[in-house]
Each structure stands twice: as C-alpha cells, then as structure tokens.
Design a protein around this ligand. Structure first.
Ligand SMILES: Cc1cc2nc3c(=O)[nH]c(=O)nc-3n(C[C@H](O)[C@H](O)[C@H](O)COP(=O)(O)OP(=O)(O)OC[C@H]3O[C@@H](n4cnc5c(N)ncnc54)[C@H](O)[C@@H]3O)c2cc1C
Length: 352
C-alpha cells in the first residue's frame, strides 16, 4: 500500500467495488477513494428496490450465503441460519444430501454436468466441508440493500453515481485517462485503479475475450397473510419442479429459478405455473394468483463451465501497471457468488 496521499479510483459499485473501498480504507485511513457507478445506486446485482406493483421493497434476487462463506458473512447484518436445508420431492421432505445437484446448480447457475471440475472441487472441499449432513445457509429476510450494501457506503470519500466508464487511454503501460459518459478523469502517476466491473462491461471496455452468461429468474409473490412452508421452513429446495427454491420473507414469497434459459413462458403463465407448484407443496388449493413480480436477469452470472473458467484471470494484476481487477467472475475456480466477490476485493487490494 502506498503513502497517505494515494488516490484510488474504483469503477463499479457492486459488492466487490464497495469491499475494495472498505479494505483500502482499513489499510490506509487517509487514502482518497473515489468510486464511479453507472447506475444511480450501489449494490449492482445484489440490491433491493421499491416495487410499486407489490407496494413493498423487494430484493433484486434472494441471495443465499453458505455457512462456509465466512468473508461475506462477516459483512451481513442480522444473519439467520437455516441449518437444516430440505428438498421437496413429490410430497416428501428430503435431507440436504438428496439435493447435491440442485445445490450445485444454485451455486454456479450452471447444470452440475457442465460445471467446471475445478469449481466443483472448490465446492466440495471448501464450501460443503460437512456435507451431507450439515449444510448451513443464510439469506437476508428483510432488505438486502440495508443489510449488506448501506453499511459499506461510508468507505469511499466520493461516490459518483451515473458515471459510466466508456473507454480509457494508455501511456507507457499505464492507464493515463478514464473516459466516462460525464467527462474524463486524468490520472497522475500515483493514481491506482481497480475495475470492479461485471464481466460483460470489463471485457467490452478492456477488449478481453468475452464470456457467455446464464440467466436466473426470480418471482416474488405478495400475499395478504404471511406464507408458511411445511414445518415452518424459511428456505426450501424443490426437485422436479419449475421453481427451484422458495424463500419466505414475511408477506413475500420469493422463488429462484437458476439457469433459466429454456423457460419460454410469458410472465403470467410462468407465475401461475409456479404458484400452482407452491400451492401443491403447501397442500392448499390454488384458488387465486396473488400479486407477483417476475424479474428476469439475462446475464445473472457467467456460465461456470470449463471454457469460461479457463478465461478467468489467475491474478488481480493486468497488463496495465496501475489497473487491478475485482469482481465475482475474476476468481478462477470459484463459484461466481458474493463470497468470490469479497475474496476478489481482498486479492486486488493486497496487490496495490
Ligand atoms: C438473480 C441472481 C441471483 C443470485 N443469487 C446469488 C446467491 O444466492 N448467492 C450468492 O452468493 N450470489 C448470488 N448471485 C451472484 C451475486 O449477485 C454476484 O456474485 C455479486 O453481486 C457480484 O458482485 P460484483 O460487485 O462482482 O458485480 P456487480 O454486482 O455486477 O457489480 C458491478 C457494478 O459495476 C457497475 N457498472 C457496470 N458497467 C459499468 C461502467 N461501464 N461504468 C461504471 N460502472 C459500471 C454496475 O452497475 C454494478 O453496480 C446472484 C446473482 C443474480 C443476478
């Protein structure tokens, strides 16, 4: 880490970019940290927003965090573990070890058979250390932005919202200028840059080989009474259904469908089909469809197959001496998830 006059430019205000700001601040309290975020809020893929139709805040996506994901867990306020994950299969509740393939699909957003072997090794040796019997998982039952993102906003000195990086200039192996939609930023020889961009933006701007992505669909149902699942479970995996995971958040029931590329149903048809599955699990009649919101994330994560894993970098260093990279996709051999995002920030900051 450099002298106290150091200036750090972080591009991207998702969990990786915000963690970079936190780790820089912890190492160098007087550093100047400037964060640039294209959207008008931070959090990236991990955020909450007010949904007018449902009349309440909902999470962009319900985020599950495993007990072994120690780095992200440290940041999550009000965590609650659901240590006994169960799967529902045609009327029966099964223990976690009956759903290994479903768990891998959820973690990698890639079918088990297509997932890179190195990523599977990380999952089995580091993330499922006590499988099959003790798979612990937590998720934010309230507002993900408030529990995870808001506490991190105090670390940068400045957050420039609406600043989208378009291109850059290079001189003598260093980046000398960043060109944003709102103007350019000239860099001095002491300035350091961390890209915490998502894979699609990074590859487009820095002209590196492109990844392909897998989509995820989330559906949120709002009911007048809190919804309960069998045995009062808050989190339930479903086998052989369109819905893969159910999450209870007070009066919102959220559904996650990973690797959802083959789902061609329109929103209403999909919401109805999944609602019928939920009613079957709850052993209730599907009398009427409650208010719902379908969120389709086309580029939810990179596809975590061998080809894409081989394209991921081995280090946070780049061919530019003042540019370092962070982001869930940059951690080769790791599922592209929140834990990988935090680890990537630690790795990038350790090189500065
Ligand atoms: C539907 C869904 C479900 C998920 N479920 C889980 C889960 O259960 N558990 C889990 O651990 N993970 C889950 N993930 C993955 C998790 O959300 C990501 O791993 C994590 O949020 C990645 O953070 P990041 O900071 O690396 O990237 P991002 O959150 O993508 O942040 C990148 C930031 O860069 C900004 N940006 C982009 N282009 C520019 C530009 N040109 N200039 C400036 N800024 C730019 C973006 O606006 C964004 O804020 C899920 C993701 C999705 C989409």
């Amino acid at each position: 880490m450099r002298s106290k006059k150091s200036r750090y430019h972080i591009i991207g205000g998702g969990i990786s970019g915000l963690c970079c700001a936190k780790f820089i601040r912890e190492k160098n309290p007087s550093a100047e940290i400037i964060l640039y975020e294209a959207a008008n809020h931070c959090g990236g893929r991990c955020c909450s927003f007010y949904d007018k139709h449902l009349g309440t805040d909902i999470d962009n996506a319900t985020h599950v965090i495993l007990g072994a994901n120690k780095n992200i867990l440290k940041l999550l306020q009000k965590k609650k573990f659901h240590s006994d994950i169960k799967f529902w299969d045609e009327g029966k509740l099964l223990q976690a070890h009956h759903g290994i393939k479903e768990a891998v699909l959820a973690m990698c957003n890639t079918p088990f058979g297509q997932t890179s072997r190195a990523i599977l090794q990380t999952i089995f040796f580091r993330l499922f250390p006590f499988l099959p019997y003790k798979l612990k998982a937590a998720f934010s039952e309230n507002n993900l932005s408030q529990t995870l993102i808001t506490p991190l906003l105090s670390y940068p000195d400045t957050i420039n919202y609406g600043y989208k990086l378009l291109s850059f200039h290079e001189k003598d192996g260093r980046i000398s200028r960043l060109d944003f939609n709102k103007g350019s930023v000239e860099l001095t020889v002491d300035d350091q840059i961390i890209s915490a961009l998502d894979a699609a933006a990074y590859c487009r701007i820095f002209k590196t080989p492109e990844f392909n992505f897998n989509p995820i669909i989330n559906i949120h149902y709002r009911t007048s009474m809190p919804i309960t699942l069998p045995r009062n479970l808050k989190l339930l995996g479903l086998k052989n259904c369109t819905a893969q995971w159910l999450f209870v958040h007070d009066k919102i029931l959220s559904v996650t469908i990973s690797n959802a590329a083959d789902i061609s149903l329109k929103d209403e048809e999909l919401a109805l089909k999944v609602w019928r599955e939920i009613c079957a699990v709850r052993q209730r009649e599907a009398a009427f469809l409650p208010a719902y919101r379908v969120l389709r994330h086309k580029k939810a994560t990179i596809c975590q197959n061998e080809k894409n894993n081989s394209l991921r970098p081995c280090s946070a260093a780049t061919c530019y001496s003042n540019l370092f990279i962070a982001g869930d996709w940059t951690m080769k051999n790791w599922p592209a998830c929140l834990e990988a995002a935090v680890l990537s920030a630690q790795r990038a900051v350790s090189l500065l």
